[in-house]
Design a protein around this ligand. Structure first.
Ligand SMILES: [Zn+2]
Length: 256
């Protein structure tokens, strides 16, 4: 009788300590698969949006067979296709790579005056107390200009992502109101997610958007949430059929 009770007590103590660790300040970011797997051409979705939304209401990624850019905001998931069309994503749709969190901003800053993408990133740097872990950023505002891209749906055998982006669609927007949804990851996580800043954009009227290549902010407000805990659902798929190239160079081509 006594031993099972003792075991139960030990289990409870362990559970409390573990819960304590999980409840460190800031949020949890969840992602399925890794940026390296995506760079290698693993575009078959393994996680549904129904599953993904259990882990967050805010984020970015792509869709099954790399069918465009994905953005999640306020619990709504959007597909931004390579033809520019923005459509809500159905729950049963699959994704090969999605990054989400429940966005609960910890600080918010007004950004006034024309601000380039580089200047905006410097402002956001000042909102990050540490380089040690990930952060989520939301920027709402009016953009004097914004250049975004999307990628076309792929067929097997899949090409490496650096090849695919050579055929990307680029959208030039001027004087648009909308929201940037993004993350900052430390350099130490280069094989897991994009190091530094990675933003997707959607207009307030939800008619245009994409993966952000460049922008000039006219005025806006930036909010930040720290993400000290990263959860990763690793892919089931076998190693990529494509041999790994120099992923650092490829990452630069793909993101910038
Ligand atoms: Zn992107």
């Amino acid at each position: 009788m006594h031993i099972p009770i003792l075991r139960l007590v030990v289990a409870c103590v362990v559970a409390i300590v573990t819960a304590g660790c999980a409840q460190r300040p800031g949020g949890v970011v969840f992602q399925n698969s890794t940026i390296d797997a995506l760079l290698d051409g693993n575009y078959d979705g393994e996680v549904s949006f129904e599953q993904l939304r259990r882990h967050g209401d805010f984020g970015l990624g792509t869709l099954n067979e790399l069918d465009g850019e994905m953005l999640a905001l306020g619990g709504e998931f959007y597909q931004i296709r390579s033809d520019g069309l923005v459509i809500p994503v159905a729950g049963e749709t699959l994704t090969p790579f999605g990054v989400v969190t429940f966005f609960r901003p910890e600080a918010s800053h007004e950004i006034a005056g024309a601000t380039t993408f580089k200047e905006l990133q410097a402002r956001l740097d000042s909102m990050r107390p540490s380089d040690g872990h990930a952060y989520a950023f939301r920027v709402d505002g009016r953009f004097a200009s914004l250049r975004a891209r999307s990628v076309p749906r792929q067929n097997r055998p899949y090409a490496r992502l650096a090849e695919v982006v050579k055929g990307q669609s680029v959208f030039e927007m001027a004087d648009v109101e909308g929201t940037l949804v993004g993350f900052w990851y430390p350099e130490s996580m280069r094989h897991v997610n994009v190091p530094g800043y990675h933003f997707h954009f959607i207009t307030t009227d939800r008619t245009a958007g994409g993966h952000v290549l460049d922008l000039t902010l006219a005025s806006g407000r930036a909010s930040v949430q720290s993400l000290p805990t990263v959860q990763i659902a690793l892919p089931h798929h076998p190693p990529a059929t494509q041999p790994a190239g120099d992923r650092s160079d490829e990452l630069e081509q793909v993101e910038k």
